[in-house]
Design a protein around this ligand. Structure first.
Ligand SMILES: Cc1ncc(COP(=O)(O)O)c(C=O)c1O
Length: 455
């Protein structure tokens, strides 16, 4: 049905064109009605009517330095005038400078980077590195983790996003996460014997220790629930991997580059993985970029052995120029420290919300990476919306979470929420004033969750 301007359903022409020609990911195409967004600045983005929204989840936890940072924009412009593309087989100043910076900011002896176009490809290549370096096939991953949507990385993931792609790649075994609020082993912090690690050892033994190439983790599990592990978890997992000659791979796609108040999630526990994968925050999403950083000994192995893999856009100069400028921004503006400092304030504020809203079961996080877990009943901890409930879509549409997100947007606040988790992760550049304003809006919309919990 066309309106007076000839638009079907009275939709904005951009939305119409999108619905006609763009295949929108993670969606039933007939249901999509995306809001047109044409401009963003700092921590705010603007719709076609000029209404502005505070970006309280940095889109999907990507925009660590906010939108339109002048230094990064200028670096992209300069690079575009100089050289947009050159094959990965050539040396390029932006590519090598970013790789050197990656060696500087990653922990321990992580030293060499294979660049990719995003996080999924980074994890695909991490599987290859682990398998070819160890000569073993099996990989252990966790049920709450997400590692990407390409075939192999999707198999690494644990939640129901992988189901439609199964059986996926062979050789993947999964273990339970360190989820203290809902400990899969029925423990409380004071009775915890790190069963989440001994369980991994049992799985390693069951699979055959000399067959297991790697254990994949997220530095801090992200969309699976902002699961901050107990303090002894990662050091114990590192030691376990060392015992069996298994590589520890930390996917820092979401938790990297100051998001949690340290350069990488694993830095909170001074654990050095054998491989780190990254994307998103490396250049705040200004140009698609990801990568795999490998340790010295893995790098030396591939000095003598062929690496059977590559990508046309590996080390894309525009993306790398944006990456170099972004890392300089993190350093010059002390954004990692800022994330740690503001994160404490944010956590405090969210705990204040918890005191007022019975639907909040738990609040947790590190740095500007916080999660609010909603429950029907604090005593039983029954989730307000069950994890993996297919009714509520992978992108968290519908239900009370959908209504809360809509109510927040009407007030000028964007946040990402899915099932019973709200992800509060603004750009690390967010002002304290905006941060507090965003929390006030959350306070208003959480009434919907309280009402739904008692309904
Ligand atoms: C932890 C983690 N790993 C991997 C990915 C996949 O990255 P990409 O979508 O860039 O392929 C994501 C995406 O959200 C992620 O959060």
């Amino acid at each position: 049905m066309a309106d007076s301007k000839g638009n079907r359903e009275g939709l904005d022409p951009i939305v119409e064109e999108t619905r006609d020609y763009v295949f929108v990911p993670w969606a039933v195409q007939g249901e999509v009605r995306p809001k047109p967004i044409l401009r963003a600045e700092g921590c705010w983005f603007f719709d076609a009517e000029g209404q502005r929204y505070l970006d309280f989840s940095s889109q999907h936890i990507v925009s660590n330095i906010g939108h339109g940072h002048p230094k990064v924009v200028a670096a992209i412009q300069k690079q575009a005038e100089t050289l947009c593309y050159i094959s990965p087989g050539y040396a390029n100043d932006m590519r090598s400078r970013l790789a050197r910076l990656m060696a500087e900011v990653t922990p321990g002896d992580l030293c060499k980077t294979l660049f990719t176009s995003g996080g999924s490809e980074a994890n695909e290549n991490a599987i290859k590195f682990a398998r070819w370096y160890t000569g073993r096939q099996k990989v252990i991953t966790r049920y709450r983790s997400y590692h990407g949507a390409s075939h192999g990385s999707m198999t690494l993931g644990g939640d129901n996003r992988r189901w439609a792609s199964e059986p996926g790649i062979p050789g993947i075994s999964r273990v339970f996460d360190p989820y203290c609020y809902r400990c899969p082993f029925g423990k409380q912090p004071d009775s915890c014997g790190l069963e989440c690690v001994t369980h991994i050892e049992e799985v390693i033994r069951a699979e055959g220790p000399d067959q297991v190439a790697a254990v994949f983790i997220e530095g801090i599990t992200g969309i699976g629930g902002v699961l901050v592990p107990p303090a002894r978890y990662l050091p114990a997992l590192r030691a376990l991997c060392d015992t069996y000659g298994i590589l520890l791979v930390s996917d820092e796609v979401m938790t990297g580059f100051g998001r949690t108040g340290r350069w990488f999630g694993v830095d909170h526990w001074n654990v050095v993985p054998d491989i780190i994968t990254f994307a998103k925050g490396v250049n705040g999403g200004y140009v698609p970029l990801g990568g795999v950083v490998i340790s010295e000994r893995i790098a030396r192995h591939f000095d003598r052995h062929m690496y059977w893999g590559g990508l046309t856009y590996s080390g894309h100069p525009l993306a790398c120029a944006a990456g170099v400028a972004t890392i300089e921004v993190y350093r010059e503006e002390e954004l990692i420290e800022r994330s740690a400092r503001l994160g404490l304030r944010l956590l405090d504020e969210l705990r204040g919300l918890q005191a007022r809203h019975p639907s909040i079961g738990d609040v947790r996080g590190l740095g500007l990476f916080c999660g609010i877990e909603l429950v029907k009943d604090r005593a039983t901890r029954e989730a307000l919306i069950p994890w993996q409930d297919p009714q509520f879509g992978v992108m968290g549409g519908g239900g009370v979470m959908g209504r809360m997100r809509e109510a927040a947007m009407q007030r000028g606040l964007y946040f990402f929420g899915k099932w019973n988790m709200m992800y509060i992760a603004p750009p690390l550049t967010v002002s304290e004033e905006d941060l507090l304003w965003g929390v006030r809006v959350l306070d208003e919309v959480l009434g919907l969750a309280d009402a739904s919990a008692t309904a």
